[in-house]
Design a protein around this ligand. Structure first.
Ligand code: 48F
Length: 263
């Protein structure tokens, strides 16, 4: 008697494809599309939890987590400054106090719990999917245009593949240093991107959280994308502002969604 229930191979393929296509059809029109599944994007998604909101994270890597997996250098340790360790408390991630106001945690533990909490909140993911452009109509960002990420690394002669649009009431740019979504507006002369400043942790983290917000109707920036858009200093390998900026972006998205039908 085999341990596992017998199934046909074709049914495994159909189960994957059917589930994926159902989700893609449903999320072709989302409430919020978050581009980038690093710490700020995951926090934003987690914040949008509960209710009936459709929240999709588009991530060009084949895994979410961004810079949160590794922390600083290759050392698998994260630092956070007070009060951001409270997020680790919420996630149930252990940490040590290094000195007053500075805490250190194991990056894989923190990252996996943050991803799990976004999944628990109902966030869906499209991995290996890269932002190629935005939907822009009547002075408002109305979604994203995405493609399969490996396409960007293939010669155009063998990979002329048109992207697909995904509509959203709100888009959150959580793409980190690249500020890839905001950049699509700057390429068209609609906003300016100042480029991030040199490292200055004490100035950077507060400023990133404070400036998190709508950079253009329908587009919220969070995480390091905020520093890139506004020319704020970078903070290096410490993640408190990423978590609190993501949280602020999620809260703001909720407020905006409650205010008005945005499409
Ligand atoms: O880089 P990332 O972790 O951004 P973040 O949430 O946090 C920044 C910190 O990790 C660290 C720091 C401060 O502590 O300086 O760098 O702001 O995560 C960004 C995610 O976005 C994805 C990228 O693969 C990463 O997982 N991403 C970037 N550009 C695109 C994208 C794109 N064009 N399309 C889809 N995903």
């Amino acid at each position: 008697m085999p341990l596992f229930h017998p199934v046909d191979e074709k049914d495994i393929t159909r189960a994957i494809a059917g589930s994926f296509l159902r989700q893609l059809g449903e999320y072709a029109e989302s409430d919020v599309v978050i581009v980038g599944g690093g710490p700020s994007g995951l926090m934003a998604g987690r914040e949008l939890s509960g209710g009936d909101l459709k929240v999709l994270i588009v991530e060009r890597n084949n895994y979410p987590g961004g810079g949160f997996w590794i922390g600083g250098y290759f050392m698998n340790k994260l630092t956070l400054r007070s009060p951001a360790q409270e997020v680790l408390d919420e996630l149930g991630v252990p940490y040590e106090k290094y000195t007053d106001g500075l805490y250190v945690a194991d990056a894989p533990h923190a990252c996996s719990k943050l991803i799990a909490s976004a999944c628990d909140a109902g966030v869906k993911f499209m991995s290996l999917t890269q932002l190629e452009d935005i939907v822009l109509r009547e002075g408002k960002v109305g979604g994203v245009v995405v493609n399969w990420s490996p396409i960007a690394h293939l010669p155009r002669e063998i990979a002329a593949l048109d992207p697909v649009p995904l509509e959203a009431k709100l888009v959150i740019d959580a793409t980190g240093h690249d500020a890839s979504v905001a950049r699509k507006l700057s390429e068209r002369g609609i906003i300016e991107i100042a480029g991030e400043g040199a490292m200055w942790v004490n100035a950077s983290e507060d400023a990133v959280v404070e400036r998190t917000g709508e950079v253009y109707p329908g587009l919220i920036v969070c995480g390091m994308a905020v520093a890139s858009v506004y020319g704020l200093p970078r903070m290096g390998p410490t993640f408190g502002a990423m978590l609190l900026s993501g949280r602020r972006a999620g809260e703001l998205a909720l407020e905006l969604l409650q205010k008005a039908p945005l499409i």
